[in-house]
Design a protein around this ligand. Structure first.
Ligand code: S3P
Length: 441
């Protein structure tokens, strides 16, 4: 990807109007994977056409599914569980950890040989978290030092069902094991100490696979499914991505005079920790027109500029807002008083070391921070903010957070590379300018 630098100055007026953000990334990846494993034809409406999801589409094609696109409807003819074919080349998952981890689960229970790689960011991310548990089903994995991509997988058609308790709260690891379980012989069980996003479980049911979910003590869950399973093609409607809505939402909170409606945003309760945290900070944020669409709760977010105050975000909320910490940290920099964001260890292994990069983003722009163990403390609005140069480390969410910082700060913010925004939010700058942000370049 060609680097694209940008300097962002304060928005001259408040943001206003109605908008829609692109489709949910998690649901988009899963819709292509499950449709490829289903019998029959699936139509997907509202798929996120970002780089990450396009890599998943290419991979599922290379594995034998037929995937076409007509206007904004994606049409997938599936092959059935166990029926994926060996690709003739390496699968390139680009920047996407979700694509690489979930696909590892699927490939582990197909008797084919595959090699997966990705860009420099993805090649630095840990894969042992899926390789180790999945090896228990009889599949073989080879990776670089430290469990890094490129990764080779020799899957097995005679897979043993796994029983696994997640050592970390990760929907990607949970999903990899459940996807492997579709073609294992017997009952696959995953226990998670804290509930993480449950799109895989919901979408399994949508495609006709029964999943047994029970609550564990302390907000944990036990998920069981019996393999081999048969998936039947079902159309999917993808809601707007709550993680993408976070950027125009926080921009509208911070830019005086703003009044914005973001329509059709997914409101799965395991994704909405940011909204809870912002409300605790005093955000004027209301949810309107709540409804169920395509099996997921959705609604419109109505947000008006607000004077925010500091917040203490508990660690158990992290899985429900894991991708939202950089933009929440920007909001905290503008808030009155101190904020403490607790339990951020997983941020260190995202598209970048997001904890370090978020600290650098804030400090470069005049905010004062402290890291204590896995907690990030932000000392709130003390000096005029902005004037810094932000390094985004191939991380889309850092790039969008830095742009929002620039729109709300007193001094311009330079961003070294905004090209990676394409992975999750194509058209981000145009959308923000449509609301009146006035981003140049
Ligand atoms: C995702 C899960 C999260 C999140 C990622 C998408 C998913 O990762 O950060 O952007 O679709 O399952 P972890 O579950 O590894 O925290």
């Amino acid at each position: 990807m060609q680097a694209k630098s940008l300097t962002v100055s304060a928005s001259l007026k408040g943001l206003s109007g109605r908008t829609r953000v692109p489709g949910d990334k998690s649901i988009s990846h899963r819709s292509l994977m499950l449709a490829a494993l289903a019998h029959g034809r699936t139509h997907v409406y509202g798929l996120l056409e970002g780089e990450d999801v396009l890599r998943t589409a290419d991979a599922m094609r290379a594995l034998g599914a037929t995937i076409t696109q007509k206007d904004d409807v994606w049409v997938i003819d599936g092959r059935g569980v166990g029926e994926l074919q060996e690709p003739s080349d390496v699968l390139d998952m680009g920047n996407s950890g979700t694509a690489a981890r979930l696909l590892s689960g699927i490939l582990s229970t197909h008797s084919i040989y595959t090699v997966m790689t990705g860009d420099a960011s993805l090649r630095s991310r840990p894969m042992r978290r899926v390789m180790d548990p999945l090896s228990g089903n009889g599949a073989q994995f080879w990776a670089r030092e430290g469990g890094r991509l490129p990764l080779s997988i020799r899957g097995t058609a005679e897979a043993k069902p796994l029983e696994y308790r997640l050592p970390i709260a990760s929907a990607q690891v949970k999903s990899a094991i459940l996807l492997a379980g579709l073609n294992a012989h017997g009952v696959t069980v995953v226990e998670e100490p804290i509930a993480t996003r449950d799109h895989t479980e919901n979408m399994f049911r949508h495609f006709g696979v029964s999943v047994d979910v029970s609550e564990l003590e302390g907000n944990g869950r036990r998920i069981a499914l019996k393999g081999p399973a048969r998936l039947t093609a079902r159309d999917v409607i993808v809601p707007g991505d709550p993680s993408s809505s976070a950027f125009p939402l926080v921009a509208a909170l911070l830019i005086p005079g703003s009044d914005v409606l973001i329509e059709n945003v997914g409101l799965n309760p395991l994704r909405t920790g940011l909204f809870t945290s912002l409300k605790e900070m005093g955000a004027d944020l209301t949810i309107e027109n709540e409804r169920i669409e395509g099996g997921e709760p959705v609604g419109d977010l109505h947000v008006r500029a607000s004077q925010l105050k500091g917040v203490d975000v508990p660690p158990e909320r992290a899985p429900s807002m894991i991708d939202e910490y950089p933009i929440l940290a920007v909001a905290c920099a503008f808030a009155q008083g101190q904020s403490r964001l607790r339990g951020l260890e997983e941020l260190r292994v995202k598209e970048s070391d997001r904890l370090a990069a978020t600290v650098a983003l804030l400090e470069a722009n005049g905010a004062s921070t402290t890291v204590e163990g896995d907690d990030l403390i932000i000392h709130g609005f003390q000096t005029p903010l902005g004037g810094g140069e932000v390094k985004t480390h191939m991380d889309h969410r850092l790039a969008m957070s830095a742009i929002v910082m620039g729109l709300a700060a007193q001094k311009p913010v330079s961003v070294d590379d905004t090209a990676f925004i394409e992975t999750s939010f194509p058209g981000f700058v145009d959308l923000m300018n449509g609301l009146g942000a006035g981003i140049q370049g």
